[in-house]
Design a protein around this ligand. Sequence first.
Ligand SMILES: Cc1cc2nc3c(=O)[nH]c(=O)nc-3n(C[C@H](O)[C@H](O)[C@H](O)COP(=O)(O)OP(=O)(O)OC[C@H]3O[C@@H](n4cnc5c(N)ncnc54)[C@H](O)[C@@H]3O)c2cc1C
Length: 379
Amino acid sequence: MSAPITIIGSGFAAYQLIKTIRRTDKLTAISLFTADAGDDYNKPDLSHVFSKNQSASDLIKISSKQFASDFNVDLHPFSRVERIDRVEKNITINGIKFTYSKLVLATGADAFIPAIQGDAFTEIITLNSLAEYERSQSKLVQAKRIAIIGAGLIGTELAMDLKQSGKEVVVIDPCTSLMANMLPEFVAHSLQKKMCKSGVVFELEQTVNALNKVENGISVQLSSGVTHYVDCVISAAGLKVNTDLAKQAGLKLNKGIVVDLQLKTSDENIFAIGDCAEINGKVMPFLQPILLSANILAKNLSGEPAELKLTTMLVKVKTPLMPIQLAGDCVIRASRWQVDIDATGTTVKAFNEAEQMVGFVVTEERMKHAFPLLKQLNN
Ligand SMILES: Cc1cc2nc3c(=O)[nH]c(=O)nc-3n(C[C@H](O)[C@H](O)[C@H](O)COP(=O)(O)OP(=O)(O)OC[C@H]3O[C@@H](n4cnc5c(N)ncnc54)[C@H](O)[C@@H]3O)c2cc1C
């Protein structure tokens, strides 16, 4: 019997790949090893668990056992892969070796925690996986006051959701506006204004100098000298791509595990997909590039060569007080904006120096224009 296709990880990338393979091929042996429980859940739902009063188990769509049976996979939960031997084509888990025919790394990314002084540093919570939410769930539910480090997409979504569930929330970020690398400042200011009105406190242009345990909580000392007292601190300061295994195996790395348009790493029998993969110099930690990648990788694994064609994707910002959709680049490459604002919302088109449209942002009722604008952007 030939060795199986082996997948490491059980996030959206791994499971989307398996679902795609099984649409046409019910029989090829697939083994999967994952460090976590392997239950199938939708990670973006973590952005609104507090306002919806959902527990970690509420988010599980299919248990790992059911997934293994539904999709004919030899699934090994709680099995952290320690080593890849590219010459012998095997992986090691708890000292036991398992051979592979083709290997897929879907190891994702970990939440980045900035180095901060103080004895409450180890109390920092991250919410980048179901297991992380499960671990901190009761602490977060009981907490009345929460500090969020990072006002990017995830930090902003979490802040609004926690506020809507009745918590006091303070958001700290070194940038001058929230979601600074995605939103033009004036759009970010409108969102900030709505969030402030609902009671969220923003400490922008600030870093956290120290986190210390105090009676009844944690003191959060800011670079300005201001101190906030909270019950929990969440880090939403970005991601750190999970490249340890790939590094040990000597695969080519840059910001992530470097793959070509066939999702192939520097080893022809090893592929990478999802938050851990770097395609065309970019790591794209979103569902849509994973969906497209899964279609291509399923074909390549079945011996039908195919190449990924990436189009500009739509990003939905899950901030119900001011829902936003955006695509392309409205900040770095934009040399001018065309802005249309009224009571129904905002439409911003960004143009580069050559007067080509390079991105757009639509808010509230203007979101109905997102798809036509996306089409325009992709032409
Ligand atoms: C709060 C939140 C909201 C989001 N909202 C959106 C959104 O609205 N839209 C959107 O497009 N994207 C969103 N994202 C991003 C999106 O969810 C991710 O891009 C996607 O889920 C990543 O999937 P993945 O499979 O690549 O990685 P992961 O889900 O991180 O999976 C990695 C897997 O690898 C396993 N693993 C790692 N190392 C090993 C090892 N050595 N051995 C065995 N197993 C290992 C882990 O246990 C895990 O199962 C959001 C993310 C968060 C955190």
